[in-house]
Write a protein that binds this ligand. Structure first.
Ligand code: CP3
Length: 342
């Protein structure tokens, strides 16, 4: 049995304190990360095992989180499909985007353990330097969320291109999603083989779909990914932003942990997701409020989940740039000083 409270919570095993990590914990809110970014581009960090390790460990050393998440990005596995993935100040760009059934046919197939070997080498380097201090989380994007970027070609608020694709070419969309599911399942499995102690699938944009379409265009592909990477003792986490309308559907998934956003009522999630661990769900923007608010709202979440052995504290989505670091420290201390009733 693992000695880490994070793994114990994910597997619903008794443990003493509530574990906390936060999505996007290595990043631009930390001056120490910005110092690395002054000297290296985002891609340079992602391609260097040493820099990946440096920035992955920063939030562990500075803030004391109970799990590390490898520094990388969900969009990197799109490049070997034959598109260009770049990051500039306006956000990520994928060129050319997929817009027609022919574009789907043109996507290359590849072996994740080969094409993504630079990430796996970085993951092993992180494991080595962590030296079992905290567990390491591997990750990738859900097939649907990756398809959003592949079709939109950039971040979007309207999601018009991906919806046009799904509504006009449902069969071709399914072919693309099936291909992405195979690739991401194998990619997560390779991360586990390289040493990841847990894996998280980010379904950041699945929540834009009507529930019947979530059932058809996101859920089955998540199932495939989790089937392929299923490994005894390695928790599989699904994070879904805007999860409230889909909780009943998520309850059916074969995975250990569901990550929920701040719009989702914790008591309702506990009832519907009975048997699974829950991860979440403080509104990341609350960290811009006064310290008393951070403490009060964190304590409300801790009180609501105090009877669970399967709760992992996190934000409801990624931490934002400019978040005051002192409030993050206060959050970690509040969670760590909370005693679970015996
Ligand atoms: O959590 C961590 O600390 C590990 C690193 C990590 C990054 N991206 C680093 C990153 C993780 C887990 C991600 C996941 C990711 N990437 C998601 C899912 C999580 C979510 O927020 O919903 C998504 C949708 C992406 C795609 C992506 N990558 C976008 C939209 C952007 C630009 C906007 C932004 O958030 O910065 C990126 C770039 C990116 N990924 C940066 C970092 C630190 C900023 C790049 C820079 O430093 O210039």
């Amino acid at each position: 049995m693992s000695d880490f409270d994070f793994i114990k919570a994910a597997l619903n095993q008794p443990h003493d304190s509530v574990p906390i990590w936060i999505m996007r914990q290595a990043g631009r809110y930390l001056p120490e990360f910005m110092a690395v970014r002054e000297k290296a581009s985002f891609m340079e960090i992602c391609r260097s095992a040493e820099l990946m390790t440096d920035v992955t460990l920063q939030p562990i050393d500075i803030l004391g989180f109970d799990a590390a998440i490898m520094f990388s990005d969900i969009l990197l596995p799109l490049a070997p499909l034959g598109v260009k993935v770049s990051y500039d100040s306006g956000g990520p760009r994928i060129t050319p985007p997929v817009r027609t059934p022919d574009d789907v046919t043109g996507l290359k197939n590849y072996i994740p353990a080969d094409e993504m070997s630079y990430v796996l080498i970085g993951l092993k380097a992180i494991k080595e330097r962590l030296n079992d201090r905290v567990p390491l989380i591997g990750f990738c994007g859900s097939p649907f969320t990756l398809a959003c970027y592949l079709v939109e070609g950039a971040s979007t608020w309207s999601f018009l291109e991906i919806k046009k694709f799904i509504y006009n070419y449902p069969k071709d969309a399914m072919v693309m999603l099936g291909q992405l599911a195979e690739l991401t399942g194998k990619y997560l499995k390779a991360q586990i083989e390289a040493g990841a102690d847990a894996v998280q699938l980010f379904d950041s944009w699945g929540g834009i779909l009507p529930p019947d379409y979530y059932r058809k265009f996101s859920l089955p592909y998540i199932k495939t990914v989790f089937e392929i990477c299923k490994t005894e003792g390695v928790p599989r986490i699904l994070y879904l932003n805007n999860s409230a309308p889909y909780l009943e559907l998520l309850a059916e998934l074969d995975c250990e942990v569901i990550g929920i956003d701040w719009r989702t009522d914790l008591d309702r999630a506990k009832t519907i997701l009975e048997g699974k661990a829950i991860q979440g769900n403080l509104d990341p923007q609350m960290l811009f409020g006064p310290p008393e608010l951070v403490q009060k709202e964190a304590t409300i979440i801790l009180d609501k989940t105090a009877d669970m052995d399967s709760f992992i504290f996190n934000l409801g989505h990624g931490i934002l740039p400019q978040t005051p670091v002192d409030n993050v420290k206060l959050l970690v201390n509040t969670v760590h000083s909370f005693s679970k009733p015996k």
